[in-house]
Design a protein. Structure first.
Length: 95
């Protein structure tokens, strides 16, 4: 998987943070079935911004990729994500 750059400025700031993680999940059948396991490749891209002492806004983008083991369109995708899901989160500190 090729990580995507997240952010509009390379200059670090104290109230912003961005990160990503790459995941591979393998789902195997637990019975006597001889079907191969299903493998999924996912990239989670996070962006956090502290608004004030009690609030943080965040964005999460989930990018899903095909893999050669389970999808014949893998080579057509050319190592690019085939689906995206975007989420906006608002977190508030509770005491």
């Amino acid at each position: 998987l090729i990580p995507n750059y997240l952010g509009d400025t390379p200059t670090p700031t104290l109230n912003k943070f961005a990160a990503f993680e790459l995941l591979r999940s393998i789902f195997a059948l637990t019975n006597q079935n001889t079907a191969p396991p299903v493998t999924t490749d996912t990239e989670l891209i996070w962006s956090f911004e502290q608004v004030d002492e009690r609030n943080v806004n965040a964005r999460l983008r989930i990018a899903s990729y095909l893999n050669a083991q389970s999808d014949s369109l893998y080579f057509d995708a050319k190592n690019r994500a085939v689906s995206f899901a975007d989420y906006t989160l608002t977190m508030k500190r509770i005491d």
